[in-house]
Design a protein around this ligand. Structure first.
Ligand code: SAM
Length: 343
């Protein structure tokens, strides 16, 4: 019998508790605890409970959990936001993740609750999580104004946080016009026009999305304009551009749909024009970064790819000189050029 105490498997213990920590963050965000503490001195649990209309004992436990997780500071005077809560967890912070956190709570959490069935059946669990099976991922998000707004806010928060690194991953100054296919709220487009003032950028997305973009536009008076165009990238004419962009689009779709989309882009791309893909690029073993590997568990019909898989895929559709930039941010970038016609 071993005399020494067993070494604690801290990684496993952290994972066992991970779901509680995630849910505490989600609920604190949903109840707007970080918004209530913004720009305020320390507040007592009872005052926060009154503000958010929740029980004092429940609020106190949640506040203590947030303090334990390093999201709040707790002193004898009460609770206050940490710097990172002010920057990322308040709903109006410049790089707020609030939208994505609410999407995680309301949409991803119910899906992941059914992970066991998802693995057994190898399919998304919309029917179990939400009582319906949608034929298209996006129809599911856009059936109600509330869910659509929530999804767009989630996309916007990540796109805004990653836009600079995606836009500067390569020198794009040679391009005169760009079209961000599935560009949603225009977060990346706005960053591109800031960095490349001579670039004209069109955001192309479904009509339901384009109708809802005004809420997400930056308010600065001197913002260079971005054009919005609505349509279905599987069916409608694509706007002309010498740089096409697909950010977080390819991983959503099965191979047949990707075939349609990349064939259509390749057909309108002139030789020398380019395609910029923003995705999380997996390592060749396809186990890193874990964020991408865990996203796959949502069981959409699409998949995450490694650098060599993106290169191979893009070459199949006439794109060459593929360059990959691992940004260190939440999205990486892949740039490739339409091949010249054979001599
Ligand atoms: N590019 C944005 C980003 O990186 O944050 C949004 C990514 S979101 C996962 C996919 C986007 O593709 C959504 O805005 C969605 O509306 C759009 N989309 C889906 N199907 C589409 C279609 N058939 N035609 C045009 N856009 C579509």
């Amino acid at each position: 019998v071993s005399e020494s105490a067993p070494k604690l498997p801290s990684k496993i213990l952290d994972l066992m508790d991970g779901f509680r920590a995630s849910k505490a963050l989600f609920v604190a965000s949903k109840l707007k605890i970080f918004d209530n503490l913004k720009d305020k001195g320390p507040l007592k649990a009872v005052d926060i409970a009154n503000e958010i209309g929740a029980s004092v004992c429940g609020t106190e436990r949640l506040l203590d959990a947030c303090a334990a997780l390093g999201l709040l500071e707790k002193t004898p005077q009460g609770y206050s936001n940490t710097d990172s809560a002010n920057a990322y967890l308040t709903s109006d912070g410049e790089y707020s993740l609030h939208g994505y956190i609410i999407h995680s709570n309301d949409h991803l959490w119910p899906l992941f609750t059914n992970l066991e069935s998802a693995v057994k059946e190898g399919s998304r669990q919309n029917h179990r999580a939400f009582g319906k099976k949608a034929d298209d991922l996006f129809k599911d998000y856009y059936h109600s104004q509330e869910v659509k707004q929530r999804f767009m806010a989630a996309m916007h928060s990540i796109a805004h946080l990653t836009a600079r690194d995606v836009a500067t991953a390569f020198d794009l100054s040679r391009f005169k016009s760009a079209c961000d296919l599935g560009g949603c709220t225009g977060a990346l487009a706005h960053e591109l026009v800031q960095i490349y003032p001579n670039l004209k950028v069109t955001v192309f997305d479904l009509p339901e999305v384009i109708a809802n973009t005004s809420y997400f536009q930056p308010s600065g008076q001197h913002m260079a304009p971005v054009t919005f165009a609505s349509g279905d990238f599987f069916k409608d004419n694509l706007p002309e551009a010498d740089l096409y962009i697909l950010s977080r689009v390819l991983h959503d779709w099965p191979d047949e749909k990707i075939h349609v989309l990349l064939s259509r882009i390749s057909a309108v791309c002139k030789p020398g024009s380019a395609l910029l893909v923003a995705e999380i690029v997996l390592d060749e073993k396809k186990t890193y970064p874990p964020r991408a590997v865990l996203q796959s568990l949502s069981m959409t019909e699409g998949k995450q790819r490694s650098g060599s898989e993106y290169k191979q895929l893009l070459e199949k559709y006439g794109f060459t000189n593929t360059q990959i930039k691992i940004t260190g941010n939440l999205l990486d970038a892949v740039l490739c050029f339409k091949k010249s016609l054979s001599p």
